[in-house]
Design a protein around this ligand. Structure first.
Ligand SMILES: [Zn+2]
Length: 164
């Protein structure tokens, strides 16, 4: 996976990702998680993962996003995604947020989820879900990501350092 910090910041004044150590730590965590992903999401292989670019974006000043972080596919061929982080020092640490969002990216890469059906709908395992009619905690792709994020986060060697 290729990681970039320089694309379309939601918060244009953000300095959050200017810290080189933070960037390095984020890249390290994603490398560790990417190595584990083929075990967690069957059908994923390293060739596919190598071709994915992730743009890390700071969304911390946006009122529009109640979530701590979210993922957006920006190329239909699954080669580019945004991970927007809106909360750094919240309840969940950033390395766990990243593990969660990588699960969502893996759902796209394996075809479990598809967002090509309009703004308010997604297809999950062949079934159309209308987002406005299903609360986040009931969405099956969220349950899947919440279950699998720990399999990634648990492999982080510095996990104790990052524990809240
Ligand atoms: Zn999620």
């Amino acid at each position: 996976m290729k990681i970039e910090f320089d694309l379309g910041k939601i918060n244009p004044d953000s300095k959050k990702f200017e810290n080189q150590l933070l960037r390095k730590n984020i890249k390290n965590a994603i490398d560790i998680y990417a190595a584990k992903l083929p075990e967690v999401y069957r059908g994923l292989d390293n060739d596919v993962l190598d071709n994915v670019t992730i743009h890390i974006v700071d969304a911390s000043n946006s009122d529009d996003y109640g979530q701590e972080a979210f993922t957006k596919r920006i190329k239909l061929d699954n080669s580019e995604f945004i991970i927007a982080i809106s909360q750094f020092n919240g309840q969940t640490d950033i390395y766990e947020l990243l593990a969660h969002e990588l699960c969502h990216i893996s759902q796209f890469l394996t075809g479990m989820i598809d967002d090509r059906v309009g703004n308010d709908s997604v297809i999950w395992k062949g079934e159309v879900f209308v987002l406005s009619s299903i609360p986040p905690q009931k969405r099956p792709w969220e349950k899947d990501a919440i279950k699998n994020q720990l399999k990634l986060y648990g492999t982080h060697p510095d996990i104790n350092r990052f524990q809240k």
